[in-house]
Ligand binder design. Structure first.
Ligand code: XMP
Length: 517
């Protein structure tokens, strides 16, 4: 079997919002790639011996104080380089070209005319045909470095793309990684296959084989523990470990009393159906008792996180000696922690299993560390997970506690569970469930006046939230059809005792967040 990591592309991150998209496009072409901070040492790069280097865009100007610069020696490694936007400006700047502030920022769609196929445009129609591409830049290249030629122009730039006459160095001013660049995928594929000579080796079936082999090598004969939530990441992690070492994996599923209606039962039966041996702990009462009287969001999160760790430790104690903790960390979390911008500010503490490894002094098995979410879903397919589990909306670790504003009580939980079940039901029946990133109900601890029959009511408000998002970093509220909203409101008010008003949340993220707490 060929090594699926054998042919890697290195993506140097200069801080663009779309760096991860570049990696997505490369992986979609079945080539393995890694994102690293721009200042990765040249020696390190040489050791990694990538088949090609892509330099991302970024918000800086090459002349700014403290702008991200790299040694020009990167071009002498004999490794093909593609510079995108800032990456192209930097290439021009380092090799003796001239970069200047443009009269006006070019942002949004632009028409690209290819004047020379130059390998990266292979197979694409040349001028006078134009292609829509996406631009987002303030500076632009005004004079090419010696030895370079222009291979495409756009309305406002004679140098929308360039290449070196003899060496494999390319630059594009636009962003081929975004979907609005019609020919973006072709350009990236041409770079990978024609310029770098890569082979399409990266696929999820081979990934499963490689990952299980690695887990087997590390953990055979040792006990591994895994916290399951029923979410796709933790389940796929457990399935991989289970495939590798079978019964030495112990899965723990903790019911924190903050789950949705019928969720514990559904998830358990799914997991058992997948052949996982699951240790079920119903700790609802413990969590709810500790949450009594607490209304501050961060405090609620902290209590839930701590209690979870305590319970998990107790359960691990029952198993005997445990060596490893298997965790569903994904690649975006890994990139985030090595990003040259530093870890982003903590807006909310996300408590799932975050504190476990340090507390329990366990070594980690993180088989999904190099995968993006959609790759994890493909692995899930490979491993026979049912669609219903694969495409479930993300559900936060602290569960319904952060969807009940203020104090979490048993009564409020029961109201929210009913409302939430109606939302999921209607979203699924209408076909909207799969179209949105997340949809759910939030219980507001205020009461409003209504009238039901001939009686005055004074009851709670439920807010509906449905958002579109690619990665939960940013999100916009979903424009659900009015008829669906009407049905949702009608059913929640009629069927859930204690609610007499429904509102729809029309805030985007930022400045709001997806969850209300
Ligand atoms: P926010 O509310 O920060 O949420 O916009 C972004 C995404 O993260 C989920 N979320 C969590 N997931 N543990 C989790 O596993 C948490 O503590 C947590 N808080 C928020 C949220 O549902 C959304 O998908």
């Amino acid at each position: 079997m060929k090594d699926i990591h054998g042919e890697r592309i290195l993506i140097l991150d200069f801080g663009s919002q779309t760096t991860q998209l570049i990696a997505r496009r490369v992986r979609e072409a079945k080539v393995y790639c890694e994102i690293h901070p721009f200042n990765l040492d040249i020696e390190e790069i040489r050791k990694m011996s990538p088949k090609g280097i892509i330099m991302s865009g970024g918000p800086a100007s090459v002349y700014d104080d403290g702008s991200p610069l790299i040694p020009a020696a990167i071009f002498d490694l004999g490794i093909p380089v593609l510079g995108i936007c800032y990456g192209m400006q930097l290439t021009a700047h380092l090799l003796g070209g001239r970069v200047e502030k443009s009269e006006r920022r070019e942002y949004g769609p632009a028409k690209l005319s290819i004047i020379e196929p130059g390998e990266i445009f292979h197979g694409l129609a040349q001028s006078p045909v134009t292609h829509q591409v996406w631009m987002s830049h303030g500076d632009r290249v005004e004079a090419l470095p010696e030895g370079f030629i222009s291979i495409a122009t756009s309305g406002s730039s004679p140098f929308a793309a360039m290449r070196h006459g003899t060496r494999p160095i390319f630059g594009v001013q636009f962003h081929p990684e975004v979907v609005h660049s019609e020919i973006g995928v072709d350009i990236i594929r041409n770079f990978l296959f024609r310029v770098c000579g890569c082979e399409p080796l990266w696929d999820m079936r081979s990934f499963v084989e490689t990952a299980t082999k690695e887990i087997r090598a590390r953990a055979t004969g040792k006990k591994v523990i895994c916290a399951l939530s029923g979410g796709v990441d933790s389940t796929v992690t457990a399935l991989l470990v289970n495939k590798a070492i079978g019964e030495d994996l112990v899965c723990v599923f903790v019911n924190n009393g903050l789950l949705r209606k019928g969720e514990a039962e559904t998830v358990l039966s799914f997991l058992k159906g997948l052949g996982l041996s699951v240790h079920y702990v119903d700790a609802s009462e413990r969590f709810l008792d500790r949450l009594a009287g607490v209304s501050e969001p961060e405090k609620k999160r902290k209590i839930i996180g701590e209690e979870f760790i305590r319970i998990f430790e107790e359960e691990a104690g029952r198993i005997g000696e445990v060596h490893f903790l298997a965790q569903g960390t994904l690649y975006p979390d890994v990139i985030e922690s090595v990003s040259f911008k530093g870890p982003s500010a903590v807006i909310k503490s996300h408590h799932n299993v975050g504190g476990l490894p340090e507390v329990m002094k366990l070594k980690l098995i993180e088989p999904l560390r190099e995968l993006f979410k959609d790759e994890v879903r493909k692995v899930a397919h490979e491993l026979g997970m049912p669609e219903e589990l694969i495409y479930r909306h993300p559900f936060p670790g602290p569960g319904l506690a952060i969807r009940i504003l203020g104090e979490v009580t048993r009564q409020r939980l029961s109201i929210l569970r009913e409302a939430d079940a109606i939302v999921i039901d209607e979203m699924k029946t209408s076909g909207w469930y799969q179209k949105v990133w997340q949809s759910f109900a939030v219980l507001l601890p205020v009461r409003t006046v209504g009238v039901m029959g001939d009686e005055r009511t004074y009851e709670h408000v439920v807010a509906l939230r449905a958002v579109d998002s690619l990665d939960a970093m940013t999100a916009d509220w979903t424009r659900l059809p009015y008829e669906l909203m009407a049905r949702l409101s009608n059913r929640v008010i009629n069927e859930v005792r204690g609610v007499n008003r429904v509102c729809y949340d029309i805030s985007s993220k930022p400045p709001a967040t997806i969850e209300w707490e």
